[in-house]
Write a new protein. Structure first.
Length: 156
């Protein structure tokens, strides 16, 4: 596990092993490789590089592989879950972050094998155990998807 903490919160970065200590997702359903630009309880950026070998490309689509939109949205949600779990380590120990709703999902451009996704998430509101987020996914400096959603913290 590697957690790098420098002089300010924005300099914190988490590798995949540190992320796996925060959220329960595991390959082949873990869609973030790195988390950085972390401002606890506010914002973070996740990174996911897709490989030609990723399981979903065999069926989506065999002659023209494209990352499914739901995978991009899941990657945004996992980035938000890791942000909250990191920010509230004491309160989220042995808990899960569940999606409650997804809204305003928009897909702008396709994502292909070997593309890298930048997953920019912002916590926009929290009330008790319920959080609201806005996220934008980018690849090659272009916006490929966006969404708003709500999530809640629950016992395992």
């Amino acid at each position: 596990m590697s957690v790098n903490k420098k002089s300010s919160d924005k300099d914190i970065s988490l590798d995949v092993e540190a992320i796996k200590k925060l959220i329960p997702h595991r390959p082949p359903f873990l869609f973030i490789d790195k988390l950085f630009n972390i401002i606890p309880l506010e914002t973070a950026t996740g990174i996911k590089k897709f490989s030609k070998e990723d399981y979903f490309f065999k069926g989506h689509f065999p002659d023209h592989p494209v990352v499914p939109g739901v995978v991009i949205i899941e990657a945004l949600a996992q980035t938000a879950a890791a942000l909250i779990a990191f920010s509230m380590r004491e309160e989220t120990n042995n808990k899960l972050v569940y999606l409650m709703s997804m809204n305003n999902c928009k897909f702008r451009k396709p994502v292909f094998p070997e593309n890298v996704l930048e997953l920019h998430v912002n916590a926009t509101r929290s009330r008790g155990k319920v959080w609201k987020f806005k996220g934008v996914a980018k690849s090659n400096n272009s916006e490929v998807a966006e969404a708003t959603w709500a999530a809640t913290i629950v016992d395992r």
